[in-house]
Write a protein that binds this ligand. Structure first.
Ligand code: NAD
Length: 345
């Protein structure tokens, strides 16, 4: 276990078992140099306790890197709940989780992630103030995540084509969910041509009607002939197989962990496909929640979100100069921010 902790440079790992509610939960606080750790709570089935530990540590580290590059005063943290066998008392489970969060005294702020809902956060909010995304604050990150992806696409277009205008470019979007649909709307306003897919046909139909989008089947996504490929569904989309069928210049989407393995980033770089590192381009949601917690106005939040464009452009420039993939440059930049003293020593 200490190997995992040391490798990830993790600050703290907390465990809670509450037999009354069935709660088994782990909270990882990766780094609080920039502020209290902020990150969602995932409630899924894990095939082992080690798998849950690995997941929460990896996700917490990712949040530290994301917050550092988004320039928000937050650290990186994440929680997992090992989903109990059905049936279970959902309210009791999330109140027990809320008490666990509260015991950490604000060093970790929780939010929604896979398997948790706004109603769950309402239960958490009954027992701790260290939560975002309940009905009482109404912080919905998705529209701002989409805005950040748009800003990032403009930076990528500027780097690739010498012009940040998206008008006339073809963008293929996978996933017409909370982020993908908002993104399609923004791109439609920009005058981009849209190819869209989703596992749910009704969502594709909605996009066809609203944005004159052209439908694709889910298995056509990676080989779509387009300027920008935008994964906004699940992770792992770009892997050793799909990389061979790509017909795009740029990959820029909201999905977390788009590259199945880090070496795929190197291969994209070698092929001249510009990849916007996922945790940089999808930071709009984090910016929304962090600044929302600090009572910023929506205009201030939008302005900061447009800053993703500049951050990415700097990453692309450094990537060209150092001839390293943007994914590597993003990690290096985040590590310089988080570990400045040690790096500079
Ligand atoms: P969502 O669940 O609302 O939407 C995802 C959509 O993708 C669904 O409609 C689903 O049917 C579709 N989908 C999944 N697999 C697909 C496939 N193989 N082919 C076609 N469609 C597929 O999720 P969301 O909130 O829109 O988030 C999308 C992605 O962005 C996720 O990876 C999420 O982790 C990431 N993300 C979201 C936010 C946010 O603010 N919501 C912030 C950062 C990152």
């Amino acid at each position: 276990m200490f190997d995992i902790i040391e490798q990830a440079r993790l600050g703290e790992l907390h465990f809670k078992s509450d037999p009354d509610s069935g709660l088994k939960s782990i909270i990882a606080i990766h780094n609080t140099k920039l502020g209290p750790a902020l990150g969602g709570c995932r409630c899924i089935e894990y095939h082992s306790d080690t798998a849950a530990i690995m997941d929460v540590v990896r996700l917490a580290r990712g949040m530290s890197y994301k917050a550092a590059l988004a320039k928000v005063p937050q650290g990186g943290g994440k929680a997992v709940i090992l989903k109990p066998a059905e049936p279970f008392d959902r309210k009791a489970l999330y109140q027990a989780f809320g008490r666990f969060v509260n015991e950490l005294g604000g060093r970790y702020i929780t939010a929604i992630d896979s398997g948790t809902t706004i109603h769950d956060m309402d239960q958490v909010a009954k027992v701790t103030p260290h939560v975002s995304g309940s009905h009482s604050d109404g912080l919905d990150p998705s529209p701002n995540t989409a805005l950040g992806v748009l800003a990032g696409m403009k930076a990528a277009a500027l780097q690739r084509y010498g012009n940040s205008k998206l008008k006339g470019l073809t963008v293929a979007i996978q996933g017409m969910g909370n982020v993908g649909f908002h993104l399609a709307s923004l791109l439609y306003e920009e005058g981009a041509r849209l190819l869209v897919t989703d596992l749910q046909e009704s969502k594709v139909k909605q996009a066809q009607t609203a944005f004159h989008a052209e439908p694709m089947s889910p298995d056509q996504f990676c080989s779509a002939h387009c300027h920008i490929l935008s994964p906004c569904g699940l992770g792992g989309v770009i892997n050793h197989e799909t990389i061979n069928v790509l017909h795009c210049d740029i990959i820029a989407g909201s999905a977390n962990n788009q590259l199945a393995t880090p070496d795929v980033g190197q291969q994209l770089h070698q092929r001249g496909i510009l990849y916007a590192p996922d945790y940089v381009i999808n930071a709009g949601g984090l910016i929304q929640v962090s600044m929302g917690l600090h009572r910023a106005t929506q205009q201030e939040i939008s302005n900061k979100t447009w800053g993703i464009s500049e951050t990415l452009y700097d990453i692309f420039t450094r990537s060209s100069v150092e001839n390293l993939p943007p994914s590597t440059i993003a990690d290096l930049t985040a590590e310089e921010i988080l570990y400045q003293e040690t790096v500079g020593a």
